[in-house]
Design a binder for this molecule. Structure first.
Ligand code: ATP
Ligand code: MG
Length: 342
């Protein structure tokens, strides 16, 4: 009687609301992706700056080496983003802070501008602006794990082009909606890329490189980093899966809005699976780590990339995931509405 008919009304309403075929929006999402990709010219400028700074620094410290890391090297960087550099240096006489201060002096003498030594940050850095290229960058010291995870992300991006497309759009959404601000308790760009890799692993579009026979080994502090890095041999890996960028985008937000079990699950690209909070002993708050959304770092496995999230920001994040999932499902113009500024 009454129950059945009200259910039918709901059902009809749902059909009406779902009339949009999600795949028709792929071209507009792809053109947003294209508009965010840095140009060849910009990449050349970044390399020019890397070479110039390397020259300057190795004059003082001949055994040091400067690495690009972060978004300008992991292939998930937007155009006009800042450059992250890491100075690798073996120096037992100087503390990290001393190295940072000395580095600031070297850069000053080399005519770089807006130099600031941030020695009290969690990761101490020197900030600078290069007047020749107009680029700004941050230099950290001996943060080699970040150099290794940068390579892992870049290697994953080589396997299937949909990873780079998906992660760019997710990052663009996160920046537009102001949920890419770790100092406000939301997630880093690095965490969002890991979330995208995980989704594609579950859909067999990407393999799990750390579960394959290792061809690349690096030990950083106590972390043994090993994985299969001959990704040119895997370039057909996900071809059997024909999902388009817009359906993957929907799947991403639907997963984080409605499917992820926030009380029990940890996502892990190291294993290519969902593992349990219980197993990692991430079930309760320890110090400042609340483990309200759990994203395992691929190499530093005791590190939860969601640890910055608190009881207020988790609510904001989950509401934004739901908003995005609903837009992709019901909105007539999702490639506009999704990115409306918060
Ligand atoms: P954006 O385009 O937003 O600048 P990004 O890739 O540079 O993106 P960040 O979150 O600024 O992202 O991180 C820079 C790099 O630092 C990452 O690529 C990663 O190598 C490293 N990194 C960032 N956050 C963490 C973290 N919580 N744990 C380990 N490494 C991290
Ligand atoms: Mg960055």
């Amino acid at each position: 009687g009454h129950h059945v008919s009200s259910q039918r009304v709901r059902f009809q309403r749902r059909i009406r609301a779902c009339r949009y075929d999600i795949d028709q929006f792929s071209p507009s999402f792809l053109s947003i992706f294209e508009s965010l990709v840095p140009s060849e010219e910009e990449i050349a400028k970044q390399n020019q700056l890397l070479i110039a700074l390397s020259r300057l620094i190795t004059m003082e410290w001949p055994n040091s080496k400067l690495y690009l890391y972060g978004s300008c090297a992991n292939s998930f960087g937007f155009s006009n983003s800042d450059i992250d550099l890491c100075l690798s240096i073996d120096n037992n006489e100087m503390s990290k802070v001393d190295i940072i201060l000395k580095l600031a002096d070297i850069l000053q003498a080399g005519n770089l501008q807006n130099i600031q030594a941030l020695t009290r940050a969690r990761v101490p850095i020197v900030k600078l602006m290069d007047p020749d290229t107009g680029l700004s960058c941050d230099i950290c010291v001996n943060n080699l794990l970040a150099v290794v995870n940068t390579k892992l992300l870049r290697d994953y991006a080589q396997i299937d082009r949909r990873l780079r497309q998906l992660a760019f759009i997710v990052k663009h959404w996160a920046k537009s909606r102001r949920v890419n601000e770790t100092y406000q308790g939301t997630l880093s760009s690095y965490a969002y890329v890991i979330m995208c890799i995980h989704l594609l692993q579950l859909r067999r579009i990407l393999p799990c490189l750390q579960e394959m026979e290792a061809t690349c080994y690096v030990t950083v502090d106590d972390n043994h980093c090993a994985y299969f890095d001959q990704v040119d041999k895997l370039n057909n890996y996900g071809a059997h899966n024909k999902e388009t960028i817009s359906s993957l985008l929907w799947a991403f937000f639907h997963y984080w809005a409605y499917q992820h079990d926030y009380t029990k699950d940890v996502i892990s690209i190291r294993t290519g699976r969902i593992i349990s909070k219980h197993m990692k002993d991430w079930t309760r708050r320890v110090g400042n780590d609340r483990h309200l959304i759990c994203i395992e770092d691929p190499f530093e496995t005791s590190h939860d990339l969601g640890r910055v999230v608190d009881k207020f920001s988790i609510k904001i994040l989950r509401e934004e995931f739901e908003r995005a999932a609903n837009i992709l499902q019901y909105d007539p113009n999702p490639s506009v509405t999704l990115f409306e500024p918060y």
